[in-house]
Design a protein around this ligand. Structure first.
Ligand SMILES: *[C@@H]1O[C@H](CO)[C@@H](O)[C@H](O)[C@H]1NC(C)=O
Length: 460
């Protein structure tokens, strides 16, 4: 009896399932003019990070289940997608990176490297690459970014960036980089196998004081004529400040901003980005009566949560203590992934327009604690960023925010296919979908050419 059950379970695990194109969204979405969105698979187990392998299979971390692969195919004359289980392991939390036969995933406490075969969509053997990640905090998803410089594709230049979240919503221990909390570290993968695992604190400190570094990206183009090195962009989920003394419910409904941080330029590594003491103003007039002290300040201004009298607004205004964000997002957006659009080898009428080349796209999972709800979509961040408060228009969003969270899309992972379409995972609606150019897209006239302003590092 038991063995029969095991066999049934194994069969279910190994069996490929097929879903034809055309399933409806659980809740309707709207797209920006000229774009269209389509479900490609339904009823997943909390899909989080996604990545294409070199055979155009879309690999997905299904949190609580493992890693699955989605392959475009036809069955009985219908075109659709086939799902197979690659790794069965409920410990994977969020992130996935794939590079040839190297498949990286993170659990709450470690980063693992699997040997992966994209032809068979199977793995053989795994190694722990990084261990000792803080696994006991509120946020145990550890974002990953594998960076291989395009100019010198030598193995020695490959870096794996890994993020860690806070112990608590507002975590005073994160002031000390040695806490290992709320920071990003880089691990050189020059000699795989020889000195693994590397411990979390042995990684090079890239940035700290970033509450939950949820997603990373490095643009393909250099940031400015003066700086030949690429910069690392890091999404930060701002703290909920509902319980911090001094702020009214009306104020915290629209503050603080979520942030896009940038690590770039001389002396950029290992700097503090403000958490837990300093944060970013989104709406200065959210409560002119209860919190009038912010009314005269601009959106994007840095302010103190006054957790410590010495770390006040003036302290937060100094870049040596707190590097300000490169861009602010609407409070409670919950940005989780960022991808730059680099037009691929294949171009078709459904590819994103080339005018969007080198622009970024950011998933906003959305927050339950704002009235009315916000997020529940994917935004377009035009590059270069010309102002830290420039607008980030939605390219796809839940059609009726008043019904969210409900069964609304809650975008998490993003990945561009070779043919320039944007794939998106939505965890609580359990969907994978794609956003592509529709037949009515019209190309906007080109804007002025501007260079990226980024925080000027101070001598240290
Ligand atoms: C997803 O699961 C629900 C409930 O089992 C089912 O009604 C629905 O048809 C499934 N969706 C697809 C596209 O298979």
């Amino acid at each position: 009896m038991l063995s029969a059950l095991v066999l049934v379970a194994l069969a279910a695990l190994c069996a490929a399932t097929f879903q034809p194109i055309g399933a409806p969204f659980l809740s309707p979405v709207t797209t920006a003019p000229g774009f269209a969105a389509q479900v490609i698979f339904s009823n997943l187990t909390a899909p989080r990070g996604i990545a294409f392998d070199d055979q155009d299979n879309l690999l997905v971390v299904e949190r609580g289940l493992g890693v699955t692969a989605f392959t475009k195919t036809t069955q009985g004359g219908a075109s659709g997608w086939e799902r197979t289980v690659v790794i069965s392991d409920p410990g994977f939390t969020h992130a996935i990176e794939v590079d040839g036969s190297s498949l990286f995933v993170s659990t709450a406490s470690e980063v693992r490297l699997y040997k992966y075969d994209s032809a068979t969509k199977t793995v053989s053997g795994s190694t722990v690459v990084v261990n000792g990640l803080p696994a006991d905090g509120e946020l145990t998803t550890h974002a990953l970014l594998l960076y291989k410089p395009k100019t010198s594709a030598t193995r020695s230049a490959t870096v794996l960036f890994v993020g860690s979240g806070p112990l608590t919503n507002i975590d005073p221990t994160a002031r000390d980089p040695a806490s290992g909390r709320s920071q990003v570290r880089g691990f050189k993968l020059s000699t795989p196998g020889s000195a693994l695992p590397q411990t979390w604190l042995s990684g090079e400190l890239i940035a700290y004081g970033i509450r939950n570094p949820a997603g990373f990206a490095i643009p393909a183009v250099q940031l400015s004529a003066a700086d030949a090195r690429p910069g690392l962009f890091i999404l930060e989920n701002g703290a909920s400040i509902d319980d911090v003394p001094g702020f009214t419910p009306k104020f915290v409904n629209d503050n603080p901003a979520d942030e896009l941080e940038l690590v770039a330029g001389t002396g950029a590594l290992g700097r503090a980005y403000g958490f837990p003491d300093c944060t970013t103003l989104w709406n200065p007039t959210a409560d002119p009566v209860g919190n009038p002290q912010y009314v005269g300040l601009p959106q994007g201004a840095q302010f103190s949560l006054n957790l410590d009298p010495l770390r006040n607004d003036a302290w937060c205004g100094q870049q040596a203590n707190n590097v300000p964000p490169s861009l602010s997002f609407q409070a409670h957006s919950v940005p989780l992934d960022i991808k730059f659009y680099e037009p691929g080898a294949v171009s078709s009428v459904t590819s994103f327009p080339t005018t969007y080349a080198n622009d970024a796209f950011v998933s906003f999972r959305g927050s339950f604690n704002r009235d009315p709800p916000t997020g529940y979509g994917v935004v377009h961040v035009p590059f270069p960023i010309t102002s830290p408060t420039q607008a980030s228009p939605f390219i796809v969003q839940a059609a009726d925010l008043s019904t969210c969270p409900g069964t609304c899309i809650r975008p998490v992972g993003l990945s561009f296919s070779k043919d320039g379409r944007l794939y998106v995972s939505s965890d609580s609606s359990r969907e994978l979908f794609v956003v592509q150019r529709g037949p009515t897209f019209t190309v906007a006239p080109p804007g002025p050419t501007l260079t990226i302003p980024f925080p000027t590092p101070e001598a240290s």
